[in-house]
Design a protein around this ligand. Structure first.
Ligand SMILES: [Zn+2]
Length: 185
């Protein structure tokens, strides 16, 4: 491959995604580098071939647990903010995922602290790919559309079934059942 500033940047981003745990198939799709180059980068970094297997194919996964749902919503919000700032979809994903990665931090066993990061690069990339440029995600897997809806209590945009009219996010919903919350009310 002829080296240009753009190709150098893509290779650098591919290495970054690979270090964050992306397999070659996702690295190639997310950065636009050739699959053979993505496989070579994976081998170089991890010392083994990129594992085969399916990439994510269902949106249902993101709604299954409140913490997952919150993190997926955050990643998606970061992605849309990058799109609004004029990033290409490819650059928006890489920038948003990088911020998301740093918010949740790396696993640090010396502090007995495990990373709470729940969305790996493959799940992240699938999510933004399905999101397109606007909020509603088409979800044949759950038989209905899901969208990032603003919570009517705190205003945070959280992934939810798109038909939910008066939506309250899981954080606020659990607060309503909390005795401490009732005392203050
Ligand atoms: Zn809320």
């Amino acid at each position: 491959m002829k080296e240009t500033p753009v190709s150098r940047m893509r290779i650098q981003q591919a290495r970054m995604l690979c270090l964050m745990g992306a397999r070659a198939v996702t690295t190639a799709a997310a950065t636009g580098i050739r699959p053979t180059d993505a496989r070579a980068i994976y081998k170089e970094i991890h010392g083994t071939v990129s594992p085969p297997g399916q990439t994510p194919h269902s949106l249902e996964w993101y709604l299954e647990r409140p913490a997952r749902r919150l993190q997926a919503s955050l990643l998606l919000k970061l992605y849309f903010l990058c799109i609004q700032s004029g990033y290409s979809t490819q650059q928006a994903f890489i920038a948003a995922y990088d911020v998301y990665w740093n918010i949740y931090g790396a696993a640090d066993t010396s502090k007995r602290q495990q990373s709470e990061r729940l969305i790996d690069p493959e799940r992240g990339f699938y999510l933004v790919k399905r999101a397109g440029s606007f909020g509603a995600l088409n979800a044949p897997g759950v038989g209905e559309a899901i969208a990032a809806l603003p919570c009517r209590s705190c205003g945070l945009e959280i992934l939810s079934p798109a038909h939910e009219a008066a939506f309250v996010c899981p954080q606020c919903a659990s607060g309503f059942q909390n005795p401490g919350h009732r005392l203050r009310a």
